[in-house]
Structures are given as structure tokens and as C-alpha cells.
Ligand binder design. Structure first.
Ligand code: NA7
Length: 546
């Protein structure tokens, strides 16, 4: 068993791990990134399914900290597709000389805190053990694939693939293809493959509301404008609620005259983007039932205008709240005008089993297929944490800590009794565009580590210089998250955000819904108040003593 010693081990080589590595190296620390994958990319390494793209616009789906790169790195369209994002992350790693600090095909299997030595001992699948002061987990919000539990799945004689573990080279052209799931991923796959396959059967349990993405090539003038305003754009992102690069509306639905409301929805529809549609025209689509229903009605109208077959249109129309993570697409509903594309409404005829030839529904019909694509989502947020042993002070595992109430944290980053464990986008982090949320976490973690290291150098009791959230701080943050979600229709709508999508998973609030600006302010307040909520570092006085 080989031991490797570093100041920090970072688990995950996606957006979070890459930036964290860069930050820690620039602080003069020794650090290593490991990843189960064969190369960099995180989510974007695995999700290579046809049509995969970010639903955040290109200009804000990137790091803000490398100004020169921000202004010079090319992007051709308003949305970046999976190969573009992967290339961008590879480019960032090369540009900053990070690859030599990374080790791939290496999976964390367990991590134990050694309280006496003040280190984490991290076991990986290669037999090595990493002994580090800081363990930073950049495991990704959406990385553990959720496979459906359908009887007979193992008997299927065609090809099966989950979108989040896409096998490049999987042949679907001119084949009979079935897609299970119509969330963000399902609609992207369906939109992309519909014209390439022989037949496409879309197995849909709950239809979702989707609006156009508004994708298209970027003009030189647009790019010049963005470049000239990048500093202000990135400042606004942090000062906004969702960080999608537009200003959220402060206008309530009811304050707008009835005859003007439809125009606003139409403008949002034309402009594109799911988050803009939900938050850019009215302030209360996700909180006011009447406003929400008006948005639903508008989208349903668009579905009925787009989809020519009234029966297909009926099946595609959602009737629950518009309160899941908002979707956008590049022509999803239009695909159902193709003769070869059908929709199987699983509310009418649930799947009974998978047979060697296809999928059998409760009406006895076997939908014959050559390929089944599972677009069935993720065991999100805590899924990746619960499958490994992470043992903190006194031998308690993170899983045990989270068992009673669901996954909790202080600021989405720190957990009491787990010293020097720092999670990038852990549970109860901001519900927003992901890169800015990641940056905020990396910057907070780096500042905390820098402070602990400084104290360690100054103090004669280095073992005590650990970053550790206090239990009361975690409780207070849970409370903050609860209040921020108060009145949100998201809370009344089942989705992966609360863990409803995975059998036996604890249903709990997994995000801070207060927005990026409030999150930044909360962090700043904590720092300004003597790092409130953290165990004092060795030699420091507690707030009760000062
Ligand atoms: P989602 O949004 O969790 O969607 C998963 C879809 O799969 C959804 O339509 C589910 O239906 C469906 N599903 C899951 N299990 C089954 C079974 N057993 N049978 C039929 N249908 C099933 O995951 P995505 O990957 O699309 O998107 C996740 C996030 O990634 C997205 O929000 C973006 O942030 C990127 P249900 O609605 O549960 O009835």
C-alpha cells in the first residue's frame, strides 16, 4: 500500500476540481486531483449523449477568473454543446499547467479523519492511500446515474445505455429506439436523434414544460459587446438570483395589466432560455399560483400550436405546477410532427417490464426496440457522497450524519464533526447556474484553508487548526434554507431537487433558494463577524470570550 502525502486532495476533475486545484497551487500548497474518469471534464466527461448541451448561455457558462481567456476563448453559438465544454475544460487545464497534478482512473473508496494526526486518510481503488490535511470533494451535483428499477431489464437483447454513461459509438441511426425519461436530458436526446432513427418511442411519465433555448450562431458584434462588458456581466451574475446572465424581474404578475401579460410571455418565448422564461418576465412565477398557471397555460398553448396531432399534443401537455428546474430545447415539440416519433404516456399505460425485444406496457403492447436509452436522471447531490465511506471525528460517517433529516451542511460546504472536509456544491448550496456557484465555493474554501494554514504556521498547537463548522451553524443554515424556500411552488412539486426521483431516498430541501447575491452576502457576513459558525482556530478566542 503506497502512501502519498499532500496538503490537499481534490476529488473530481470537473469545473470545481480544476479551479480548486489552480487556487490551492497558487497559494503554494501541494495538491492532487483524482478522478474515477479517464480524463478531465466531470459531468461533461460522462454525459456524451447526442444533443448534450448546457442550458446556460455560453457567455456565462465558464470561469470568470481568467479575464484574458474569458475575452479570447472562442464560442460559436449561444449555447455550448458537450464537446465544446469538454474542450474548454481541457484547454483550461493545459493553459494553467494543471495536468501533472491530476491522476485519472482513480476512485475514492473511503476517507477517514485521523483526529490525532489532523489528517484525512483517503483510500482509492488503485491501492494507494492519500494522506492529506484537506479533503476537497468536487463530486458534482449530477453525476451518479439513476437507473430505473424495471423488471426484466437484464433480458433485453438489444443495446441499452444511460445518458450519463454514454458509450460513444453506440449505433442508433436507422434503428428502433426507445427513450425513457423526458427531463432536461430526455428532451435533448429526443430532439437530436428523432431525425436519425428509424422509429423513436418516447416513454413519458410526467411531461415537463419546455421553452425554446434561442440558440444560434454568435455574431461578431455580440461577441464584441460581451467582451467589452465582461467585468460588469460577471459582477451582475454574482449579484443576481440565478446567475444566468440576465436581470431577474422584480415585477409581480398581478401588477401587470391583463392585456400586457401575454406579450411578455411571448417576448420571453422568442428570446429563449428556461430560467429567463421563469424568472425574467415576472418575479413570482415560482411562488404565485395564478402567475404560475398563466405561464403553464401559455406553454400549453404553444404545444397545441406546434404539435399537429392533437392526441400527441394532449399527451405532451403538463398539468402540474411549472416548478421544476426550468427546461429549454432546440425544437423538442416539433419532433413529434415526425411520423416516426411516438409518445407512450406511462400514466395511461405504465411499463410492466422489459422483454428481450423491447418494452411492454400495461395494455400488453410490446414496443419493439433495438436500442433503449435511459434518460432517467441522477441520484443527485448526496448520491455520490453516500456511496463512499467518509468517516469524520469519532468514527461517524457522513451517511449517518445525514440519515435523520437528509443531507445538510453549513453553506453547502462544511459539515460539523468532519474537520477539513470541504464540499464544492454540497447539499444546501445555491440553486443557480453552476459555474458561479462553484467559484463562490472554491473561493470560500481557499480563503478558509489559507487562514488555517497561516494560523498553523503561527501557532504552537498546529493540530487544532482545523476548519470545522459548529453544529449550531449547520442548524442555522438549514433554517436559512427553509425560509428561503418558503412559499416556493418548487417545494410542492416532486423532482430530483428534493430527492423524490430515487426510490427510498430521503425527501429533503437540498438547495439554498435565496439566490447567489444573498448567498454571497451570507458568506461575507460570516467572514466579517470573525468567521461565525466555525470552531475557533488554535489560539483564537471564541466569540463569547471577546
Ligand atoms: P430528471 O430531470 O430527473 O428527469 C428524469 C426523467 O426520467 C423524468 O422524466 C422521469 O420521470 C423519468 N424517469 C425516471 N425513472 C423512470 C422510470 N422508472 N420510468 C419512467 N420514467 C422515469 O433528469 P435529467 O437527466 O433529465 O435532468 C437532470 C438535470 O440535469 C437537469 O435538471 C439539468 O440540471 C441537467 P418523472 O418526471 O420522475 O415521472
Amino acid at each position: 500500500m503506497t502512501e502519498q502525502h499532500f496538503d490537499a486532495l481534490i476529488v473530481g476533475a470537473g469545473f470545481g476540481g480544476i479551479y480548486q486545484l489552480h487556487k490551492l497551487l497558487s497559494l503554494g500548497l501541494s495538491a492532487k486531483v483524482i478522478d474515477f474518469a479517464g480524463d478531465v471534464g466531470g459531468t461533461w466527461y460522462w454525459n456524451r449523449y447526442p444533443g448534450a448541451m448546457s442550458d446556460t448561455e455560453s457567455f456565462v457558462y465558464r470561469y470568470s477568473w481568467d479575464t484574458e481567456d474569458l475575452q479570447s476563448y472562442p464560442w460559436s453559438h449561444h449555447y455550448v454543446k458537450q464537446p465544446d465544454v469538454l474542450k474548454y475544460l481541457e484547454h483550461t487545464v493545459e493553459r494553467h499547467g494543471l495536468r501533472k497534478h491530476m491522476q485519472f482512473n482513480t476512485e475514492m473508496v473511503g476517507a477517514d479523519w485521523d483526529d490525532e494526526a489532523g489528517v484525512w486518510r483517503v483510500e482509492v481503488n488503485t491501492g494507494e492511500v492519500f494522506v492529506v490535511k484537506y479533503l476537497v470533494t468536487a463530486l458534482g451535483l449530477l453525476s451518479k446515474a439513476n437507473y430505473p428499477d424495471i423488471p426484466g431489464i437484464e433480458t433485453f437483447q438489444g443495446n441499452m445505455c444511460h445518458t450519463a454513461k454514454w458509450r460513444t459509438g453506440l449505433q442508433f441511426e436507422n434503428k428502433r429506439v426507445g427513450v425513457i425519461g423526458c427531463g432536461s436530458t430526455g428532451i435533448q436526446v429526443i430532439t437530436d436523434v428523432a431525425s436519425k432513427v428509424k422509429t423513436l418511442a418516447c416513454f413519458q411519465r410526467h411531461p415537463q414544460y419546455s421553452v425554446p433555448s434561442g440558440d444560434g450562431p454568435v455574431s461578431d458584434e455580440y461577441r464584441d459587446f460581451v467582451n467589452q462588458n465582461y467585468t460588469e456581466i460577471m459582477r451582475q451574475v454574482r449579484d443576481s438570483v440565478c446567475g444566468f446572465g440576465f436581470v431577474e424581474s422584480k415585477t409581480s404578475f398581478r401588477s401587470v395589466p391583463v392585456e400586457e401579460r401575454e406579450d411578455i410571455f411571448e417576448q420571453l418565448w422568442q428570446k429563449g432560455n428556461g430560467f429567463r422564461f421563469m424568472f425574467g418576465g415576472f418575479s413570482d412565477i415560482s411562488t404565485d399560483r395564478e402567475a404560475n398557471e398563466a405561464a403553464c397555460k401559455f406553454i400549453r398553448k404553444k404545444i397545441s400550436q406546434t404539435v399537429k396531432d392533437p392526441e400527441k399534443a394532449r399527451k405532451l401537455m403538463p398539468h402540474d405546477y411549472y416548478a421544476r428546474r426550468p427546461l429549454c430545447d432546440g425544437g423538442y415539440y416539433q419532433q413529434f410532427n415526425r411520423e416516426n416519433v411516438s409518445i407512450v404516456d406511462l400514466k395511461d399505460t405504465p411499463i410492466s417490464r422489459i422483454t428481450p425485444n423491447g418494452i411492454e406496457t400495461s395494455d400488453g403492447n410490446v414496443h419493439e426496440l433495438d436500442v433503449i436509452i435511459f434518460a432517467t436522471g441522477f441520484d443527485a447531490i448526496d448520491g455520490n457522497y453516500n456511496r463512499v465511506r467518509i468517516r469524520g471525528r469519532d468514527g461517524k460517517t457522513l451517511k449517518q450524519h445525514w440519515e435523520p433529516a437528509g443531507p445538510t451542511s453549513y453553506l453547502g460546504v462544511f459539515v460539523p464533526e468532519f474537520p477539513n472536509l470541504c464540499m464544492i456544491t454540497g447539499p444546501q448550496g445555491p440553486f443557480s447556474n453552476i459555474p458561479p456557484a462553484i467559484e463562490l465555493h472554491v473561493e470560500l474554501i481557499s480563503a478558509m484553508i489559507e487562514r488555517a494554514e497561516q494560523r498553523r504556521r503561527e501557532s504552537d498547537s498546529p493540530g487544532q487548526n482545523v476548519i470545522e463548522a459548529l453544529p449550531e451553524a449547520e442548524k442555522a443554515w438549514i433554517q436559512e434554507c427553509e425560509s428561503a424556500a418558503e412559499g416556493s411552488l418548487f417545494k410542492e412539486t416532486a423532482s430530483w431537487i428534493f430527492g423524490n426521483n430515487v426510490k427510498d431516498k430521503k425527501v429533503a430541501l437540498r438547495f439554498f433558494f435565496g439566490g447567489l447575491a444573498k448567498y454571497c452576502k451570507a458568506v461575507q457576513d460570516i467572514i466579517n463577524n470573525g468567521y461565525r459558525g466555525f470552531r475557533p482556530l488554535g489560539g483564537e478566542r471564541t466569540s463569547a470570550e471577546t
